[in-house]
Design a protein around this ligand. Structure first.
Ligand code: SAM
Ligand code: SF4
Length: 330
């Protein structure tokens, strides 16, 4: 077997790797983890940078065209820049990052030099107090400054905002307005049950339809773009805007049919779906001395029994969702 192409049992091609490089984070977003944080793994229990590079290289050989570095907060793990430098050596691999934006400022030049172009920055509110209530940290000024610097430096920025009843619904319009003056894509995300508590609201108040209704109430001329394969957002243009807005039906799961993603958690679990509870533990497997060919065969096998969608994956779980998104990477 040289470089077999990764296709799942439903004919979907896997071209996008989401790699959580740490489970640690400097913020404590309420929708992601409890105030006290989670039981963080000691570093030796995470995949090493070398192991993550090897996996990315192998998957790149199998057809992965894009890797997103996420976490936890990627910038809290020492060695990130060296890792990105190694990834930049893999030909035609698009490197993207998801970050909370607190620490990225000092890396802007280096990221540009490495050819990183796409950054997703999480920002749920443009109001300092609301930001603090949501993230449990007073870092709004730093994040906002870094956001403006990234835009000025020419990065393609997507702002991720989770919409929560009673917390930031007023930011739907405020963040949409931000896209009027700035060439960014603001994406509103339905809240998912990965908050580390095991407690889940029965009903999602701000689903994609309600978010759209709110935006349309202020911007009736908005126009939907065609939905692209592999995308999770429905994107809308608004006349006169430099940027655009998107809505990600992450809880309603309307986009599973075109899912092209492989997820690796910081602990080394393979997820064939965001809603599964991890289908394979790569760490002991890699540490047993397997060859690249064996790793490729293992991935092919795993993706031959992939659930059709996030509902099937959730039904097959061994228990209710208790994990925090900081271990998964979003
Ligand atoms: N720390 C980085 C950040 O916040 O951008 C990267 C990791 S974070 C887990 C990745 C994405 O997951 C963020 O955009 C965050 O808003 C989103 N996320 C976390 N918990 C979520 C939840 N319960 N529902 C929906 N999105 C969530
Ligand atoms: Fe940290 Fe990102 Fe989770 Fe917020 S969403 S607590 S920034 S990992």
């Amino acid at each position: 077997m040289d470089n077999p192409q990764l296709l799942d049992n439903h004919g979907r091609e896997l071209t996008y790797l989401r790699l959580a490089v740490t489970d640690r984070c400097n913020l404590r977003c309420t929708y992601c983890m409890p105030a006290e944080g989670i039981n963080y793994m000691p570093e030796r229990e995470l995949l090493s940078w070398e192991e993550m590079f090897r996996l990315t290289r192998i998957l790149h050989e199998m057809g992965i065209k894009k890797v997103r570095i996420t976490g936890g907060e990627p910038f809290v793990r020492n060695g990130l820049l060296d890792f990105l430098t190694n990834l930049a050596g893999l030909k035609d691999l698009e490197i993207c990052l998801t970050t909370n934006g607190v620490f990225i400022g000092e890396y802007i030049d280096a990221l540009k030099k490495l050819g990183v172009r796409h950054i997703n920055l999480s920002l749920d509110s443009l109001d300092r107090d609301r930001f603090q209530q949501i993230t449990r940290r007073d870092d709004f000024a730093k994040v906002y400054e870094n956001l403006l610097r990234l835009i000025d430096a020419g990065f393609q920025i997507k702002i991720n905002a989770v919409v929560m009843q009673g917390k930031n619904e007023d930011d739907i319009i405020a963040l949409t307005e931000f896209a009027r003056e700035h060439p960014v894509s603001v994406r509103f995300i339905e809240e998912m049950p990965f908050n580390g508590s095991g407690l889940v609201e029965e009903k999602l108040f701000w689903d994609h339809a309600r978010i759209l209704e709110r935006i349309r109430s202020q911007f009736p001329d908005l126009k939907a773009r065609p939905f692209l394969f592999g995308e999770t957002a429905n994107t809308y243009d608004i006349p006169g805007f430099k940027g655009n807005v998107g809505i990600i039906a992450a809880f309603t799961r309307t986009f599973c049919g075109s899912c092209n993603r492989i997820r690796l958690t910081a602990k080394g679990q393979v997820k064939t779906c965001l809603y599964d509870d991890g289908v394979f533990d790569l760490k002991p497997y890699l540490r047993s001395g397997v060859s690249d060919e064996e790793v490729k065969a293992q991935f092919l096998t795993l993706f031959k029994s992939r659930p059709l969608d996030g509902f099937e994956a959730e039904n097959k779980r061994k228990g209710v969702i208790t994990e925090s998104m900081t271990t998964i990477g979003g």
